[in-house]
Design a protein around this ligand. Sequence first.
Ligand code: NAD
Length: 511
Amino acid sequence: MDLPTNLLPALINGARPGLAIGDAYTLGGGEAFDPCSPIDGASTGKCGAAAPDDVAAAVSAAHEAFLKWRTVPAPIRGQLVLRIGEMARQNKADLAKLITLEAGKTPSEAEGEVQEWIDVCDFAVGLSRQLYGLTIASERPEHQLLEQWHPLGVVGVISAFNFPCAVWAWNAMIALVCGDAIVWKPSEQTPLISLACHEMVLRAAATMDEAPAALSCVVNGGAETGAALAANEGVPLVSATGSIPMGRKVATVVGGRLGQSLLELGGNNAMIVTPSADLDLAVRGIVFAAVGTAGQRCTSLRRIIAHTSVADELVGRLTKAYGTLSIGDPTEEGVLVGPLVNQAAFNKMQTTLAAAAQQGGEVVCGGDRVTAGVPAGGYYVTPALVRMPAQSEVVLDETFAPLTYVLTYETFDEAMMLQNGVPQGLSSAIFTSDVREAGRFTGPAGSDCGIANVNIGTSGAEIGGAFGGEKQTGGGRESGSDSWKQYMRRSTTTVNYGDALPLAQGVKFDV
Ligand code: NAD
């Protein structure tokens, strides 16, 4: 694949920069690393890494940029995001190429990810004129009680490999209109797309006097680079996306210094298929949610909870549909299922399948490595469906691969208990034509997830809603709705425009 080098900063001593403080690119003092493409296991090029001191320098430069940016009127800040969105639109296909190379997504899914960035830009531009506060009725005469939202500071973004552009965009585009600066620690799997995204911001910022370049900084590297960002006192908000163990560590460090963390962690997403479900629709919804992105979405379908009256037919239809999937090099026309990210992901899928079999699971189809007709060095698998006798230990964990368990239920209460009976709480769905079941599922005693869908699958959210989940998924919400409030600080103001000084609650204190 031709690398769109026009989007990337130049090589430094044969490697991509590990540190970008605005437009100042350096290798960084950390240990350089050499990521591989999931497609064929070949190196995507050496990349420098930011050492803890570099992270501190980036935070300090971003803070200086923030001090200037916070006084720029929000609608003008919106103009920067408008221009960033234009850069993303113009370079959509090339940006998508980098996502395909580094994350192994099909071009359509990779372009969809860039589209998410564009969509969130549009959303953020509108928002830049709607960062509304409140006027509140004061209990005191001739007093005004107001609530305002002010820029927060430097936002640290730690992102996962599987959405290497969109996750940053959800955070960064909203944070920019909110008046913040960003220091981004991308996944060590995906340094190229992060540098390209940063370049787009720089090019947009260069067209506006009001926008300092250091509003955007990138610190490439592994867990230690992320840990240095989480620990930095100059970062009031750390938004971290990735596995639950990573989130636990970040939350402990950020909580220890009483900073705020916004966590978007692993899911264990289920779909209930009821007796009244439209099975044609359900099959399509399941296949996309379970095998799209080779099961490597946080919202990928991990569990099907099917009524006993439809389970056999559903499994039969799914097995047939799985048999038609084209698996292979994602750059090839017609391929729907690309590679796993690396060998470790393949090994984890295999050990999970063995554990499932030990716990009484029956592999209905899939789970094998595909080696014929695919690039050597990549880890390609046939998506697996495994019927489980119960929601046993193995089902409670997220396995980041196309592996979906099938469980059955008799009563709706039983289905809900299974749906909610896992430690994670990201996405969920029900397929039903019964309005009462749909109402119960989406109501207060229904799904305990951040996303509860009816007659669509668990994955593929739009940016307009708040995205995130409960329980061990971390409780964070990003992207649309009122998620912007997390990137600002709230200020409550009381103005006395009278001649007296009445105290609240009628307290007397005359001197
Ligand atoms: P990961 O946890 O291995 O890494 C995520 C990021 O955290 C990387 O940038 C990594 O370098 C960094 N990191 C690791 N240890 C750290 C530490 N101690 N301190 C600071 N940073 C650290 O995750 P991954 O394999 O890249 O991504 C897959 C996981 O991400 C899955 O569990 C998936 O469900 C989750 N995910 C969740 C969402 C969501 O919105 N809920 C979105 C995408 C991915």
